[in-house]
Structures are given as structure tokens and as C-alpha cells.
Design a protein around this ligand. Structure first.
Ligand code: NDP
Length: 332
């Protein structure tokens, strides 16, 4: 339950609290809907942006004080009164952080086809929203040509690690930044040609030595974006996916925006949902199979129990998780 608007990084035990309200799963009225048991929920950086004071302007639906958090998740249908849904079906979409909940209709939930027998947690990671973000954004905006150079920030995360692999498939040179030596090793294993720990090495210097860059996949914003603007070629493409360096602080001003003008840089921001219609069916046709065959590699860190959501979000925002952060609520 969202209980207090945080200042800075959310504080476990303050920003949210738990309740032990019970649902009688055998008898709870379904009224034409279905009862879902939550299996996994995804902990993503953007959840921080939803923890704002009532009335704050936002393009995304923000959390309501006193109500459960919500995020992407996978659940299994336990009972159903709904024609399109049967017990045992698995659904994916935005779920409330409850062990069980009654859903009136399918709304924007998707019934998952798990032909390739992936763990359900993967459907909130590489085979879910973060994978879709990378897949859609790269297809739509990269205009990649073999031999070009791309810089990926936040490269060890769920989105960034997928981007490295898409760029290598397209024959690009990849420069990748991440926040620990261990993460740097991981992104090298994924194929990054140049990888560095941005906390220890100057980003501008690395880009000057290994650039210029034709494409920048921006997960972080702030000073890293400034460095990328300096290192960009004429007509570079900047894909603005996220600005995590500012999520807890409001963000630092970008100084080098004039380079967008002088270098004729195209900058495309996007929300994963804005490209969903165009690419979602292709994504589910291609990506789960590629993951199952090991052609797309990914890593997940799975934590147990809804009571740990807040702590996991704190770790995600501090860069203390490895790969996709997932909270497992039930195993089946
Ligand atoms: P990650 O798995 O990459 O987790 C967040 C990572 O961000 C941390 O592990 C940390 O890695 C890094 N980070 C934290 N603080 C900073 C900082 N101050 N400067 C630089 N890096 C920082 O998250 P995702 O892969 O899920 O998301 C990546 C980005 O994509 C985020 O900005 C997210 O909001 C955005 N996004 C956008 C979507 C869209 O529709 N546009 C959809 C999904 C995600 P490290 O240790 O390397 O610092």
C-alpha cells in the first residue's frame, strides 16, 4: 500500500506498508470476472515516478495514497466467470501488488502463450516490458547501418543489455557504460566492444577515444547525455528511453543541447506503450523463442515476497541489482 510520498529514494517501511486483508478465494464473488493469483511483479525504475503527491501532473497514472502499488506482472487465473478466460490461464499486464485480486474483464491484460517454457519471471523482463522497450525503440529509431558506433548507458540493465545484443546483430560497434566492474564484465560478455565503469572513468574521455558515436541509447540523461552530445557525429540519432539519473533528484540541466542544432542530431523520445500496436505481435512471435534458444541473453535477480517490493525498488534506483529485478509472489 502506498502510504507516504517519498523525498529522494523511497524508504522501505515508510513509503509503503503491508496489509493482511484476506480474500476468501473459494467464495469471493467474481461478477463475470476472474480471480487471479499473482506470481511475479516487476520492479522498474519508473515506479519511483508514480510516487508523487496527489494532484501532481503526470502522463502516467500515479499511485494513490492508501491503495496498492501496481506494476507489470504475471498471474494465474484461479477461478473464472468470464467466457474468454479459464482457470490455469496465465495473464500479463499491470497488476496490483496483491497476492490475489478479482479482475472484472481482460482490459489490457494479455493471455500468455508459453510455448517455449520460459520462467514466468522472464515475461516481465526480456520477454516483457523492458524487452519490448528495447525491441520497439531500436526498430523504430536506430536506423542502424553496419559499421556504425552506438553508445548505450545503463548497459547492464534490463533494457540496456537487450540493446547491446540488437546492436551487435546489426553489425555495430558498441560502447557501453555501467556502474560497477562486475556489470562491465557482464556487458562485455554480451558483446560490447568497449565497456567502462562510469563511476571510475570519465565518460567524455572514453567517448572521445572510441567515438564518434552515430547512435546514443540514453537510459540515464544528465551529464552522460552531455558527454554523448559532445561525442556525436553529424546527423547522429539519440534515442531517449529514460533519465534515471534524475528520478530521485529532479535531474540536472543538460548543457550541450546546442549540439542538437549544429550537428543536426535527431532526438526521439518514446514510451513503450506508444509503439505497442506496431510491434507487439512481432515481439511475441520472435523474442521468447530467441530467448529460449539463447540468442538473446538476459539476467534476472529474483526476490521473494511482496513485503520486499520497496527494498527492491530502493536497490534498483541505487544500481544495486543485477539485470531485471523481479519480486516472486508465488511459484505456481
Ligand atoms: P535497469 O535494470 O537498468 O535499472 C536501473 C539502473 O540504472 C541501475 O541498475 C543503475 O545501473 C542505473 N542508474 C541508477 N542511477 C543512475 C545514475 N544516477 N546514473 C546512471 N545510471 C544510474 O532499468 P531498466 O533497464 O528497466 O530501465 C532503463 C531505463 O529505461 C530507465 O531510465 C527506465 O526508466 C527507462 N525505461 C523507459 C521506458 C519507456 O517506455 N521509455 C520503458 C522501460 C524503461 P548502474 O549500476 O549501471 O548505475
Amino acid at each position: 500500500i502506498f502510504s507516504k510520498v517519498p523525498e529522494g529514494i523511497p524508504q522501505p517501511g515508510t513509503t509503503t506498508c503491508d496489509t493482511s486483508e484476506t480474500i476468501d478465494i473459494e467464495n469471493v464473488p467474481l461478477q463475470g470476472g476472474f480471480l487471479v493469483k499473482t506470481l511475479v511483479v516487476s520492479i522498474d525504475p519508473y515506479l519511483r515516478n508514480l510516487m508523487v503527491a496527489p494532484g501532481t501532473k503526470s502522463l502516467l497514472p500515479t499511485y494513490t495514497l492508501g491503495q496498492p502499488l501496481m506494476s507489470y506482472g504475471v498471474g494465474v487465473v484461479v477461478r473464472s466467470d468470464c467466457r474468454d478466460m479459464k482457470a490455469g490461464d496465465h495473464v500479463y499486464g499491470t497488476l496490483p501488488h496483491q497476492q490475489y485480486f478479482v479482475q472484472k474483464d481482460l482490459a489490457d491484460l494479455r493471455v500468455l502463450d508459453n510455448t517455449h517454457r520460459l520462467p514466468w519471471s522472464t515475461f516481465v523482463g526480456a520477454a516483457g516490458m523492458p524487452g519490448q522497450t528495447a525491441f520497439y525503440g531500436w526498430k523504430e529509431f536506430s536506423h542502424a547501418t553496419r559499421g556504425e558506433t552506438v553508445f548505450v548507458s545503463g548497459a547492464a540493465g534490463a533494457v540496456g543489455s537487450f540493446i547491446i545484443q540488437l546492436a551487435k546483430m546489426d553489425g555495430l560497434k558498441v560502447i557501453a557504460s555501467a556502474g560497477s566492474d562486475e556489470k562491465v564484465e557482464f556487458v562485455k560478455q554480451l558483446g560490447a566492444d568497449v565497456a567502462f565503469n562510469y563511476k571510475e572513468v570519465d565518460t567524455a574521455k572514453v567517448l572521445a577515444e572510441n567515438g564518434p558515436i552515430n547512435i546514443y541509447w540514453d537510459n540515464v540523461g544528465g551529464p552522460t547525455l552531455d558527454a554523448a552530445l559532445e561525442a556525436a557525429t553529424q546527423h547522429a540519432r539519440f534515442i531517449e528511453c529514460g533519465q534515471i539519473s534524475g528520478y530521485n533528484t529532479g535531474g540536472a540541466p543538460v548543457k550541450n543541447l546546442m549540439n542538437v542544432v549544429t550537428k543536426c542530431i535527431s532526438m526521439n523520445g518514446f514510451m513503450v506503450t506508444s509503439l505497442e500496436k506496431k510491434y507487439v505481435e512481432e515481439f511475441y512471435r520472435v523474442v521468447p523463442e530467441q530467448i529460449a534458444k539463447g540468442k538473446i541473453r538476459h539476467r534476472e535477480q529474483v526476490f521473494e515476497g511482496l513485503q520486499n517490493v520497496e527494498e527492491v525498488l530502493r536497490r534498483v534506483l541505487k544500481g544495486e541489482t543485477q539485470g531485471k529485478a523481479v519480486v516472486q509472489v508465488a511459484t505456481k
